[in-house]
Design a protein around this ligand. Sequence first.
Ligand code: AMP
Length: 345
Amino acid sequence: MIKKKLGIIGGGQLGMFICQAAKNFGIHTTVFSTTEKFSAKEFCDNFIIGKFSNEKKIKEFIESSNFFTVETENIPLSLLEKINEKKKIFPSSNVIKIAQNRLREKRFLNSIPGVETAKFFPINNFGDLSLRLREFKFKAIIKSCEFGYDGKNQFLVTKENLSNFETMNLKNFVIEEFLDFKKEISVIVSKAKENTITYPPVENLHRDSILKETKYPANLNNNLIKTSLAIANKIAEKIGLNGILAVEMFILKNNNVLVNEIAPRPHNSGHWTLDACKYSQYDNLILSIFESLVKEPSPQKSCKMVNLIGEDFNNFANLKKKYKCYDYFKDEIRPKRKMGHYIIF
Ligand code: AMP
C-alpha cells in the first residue's frame, strides 16, 4: 500500500496542529519551514528547512509527499504553481492566490451575489490616500495588499494623523471605510469531493487588531447565523474550494453582514474545535485531502478560546492548573507573537 503523505508549507502552530491530526489518521507529514526552530518540529515525521527560493530543497519537498497544504497564505505564488504542476495542493493555488492579496480578494468577494465587503479603494501614494480619506469622512483603515496579518501593515487614518503618512510608502495598499461594527465573527468551511461542512459561527474579540478570544457559540439570532453560514457557503462554492477556508465577517449595528477577509487554511478562531467538536478543523482538513467526505463537526459544548500573546505567556504555568492549555513551543516571547492558547469550558 502506498503510504499517504502530506507536505505542509509552514511549521507554526497551525502546522503543528495539522501534523497532530494527520498522525491520528496515519498520515506521514513533511513540513517545509523557513526557520530553524518551529512549533511543528517535534510533531512532523520529516522536515525540510530552507528558503522558498532554494530550488533543491523545494524539489526535495515536492518529491516528499503526494498531497500538499499550507498553514499560511503568504507563500510565493510561483512556488504554489510549481507544486500544482506535479501534485495537488489543498486549497488549490488559485484559492490561495485570491486570499493572499486584499485587493484581489475584495474584488472577488464583491463579485458574488449576496456577498459584500466594506467599501474600499486601491491606493498607491499619499495623494490617493488624502483624496479617498475625504470620501470616507476622514476616518478609514489602510492595509497593505499583501503580507498583512494580525494588524501588521495596517493603520487607522484620520484628519488628525493624516500627515504621519506623508513619507510612508503606500504602494499596493487599500483604504477601507472604518466600520463601527457590533461584532466580529468567523465561519469555517471544509469541502471534500462529495460534500461540504461548515462550523457554526463563533464570536471573535480582538486586542490591538490581534485575535484575543473566540467564543462558541456566537451570541447571534437565527437569522444572522443563517446569513453568515450562507455567505461562507457561497464563497466556498464560487472559489471552487477543496480543503478548508475561514471567512471573517463583521456584523454591523443594523445587522448587515460584511466579509472582512478569507483565509485558505485552518484558522486561529477554529482552535476551539480541537476540544469541543467531534471533528476539529484540522481533522476535516485532513479528511478533505485524503477522503471523499468531510464530517459534521458536531460541537459538544460551549467554550471560550483565549490566545496567549507575547508576555501573556508568562502566566502559562498558572493557567495550566485551571484550564486546558496549549504551548506552541516558540523559541522566545516576542510582543504580538501568538505563544499558546487555553480553553475555558
Ligand atoms: P484584518 O487584518 O483585516 O483581519 O484586521 C484586523 C482587525 O482590525 C479586524 O479583526 C478588526 O478588529 C479591525 N478592522 C479591520 N478592518 C476594519 C474596518 N474596516 N473597520 C474597523 N475595524 C477594522
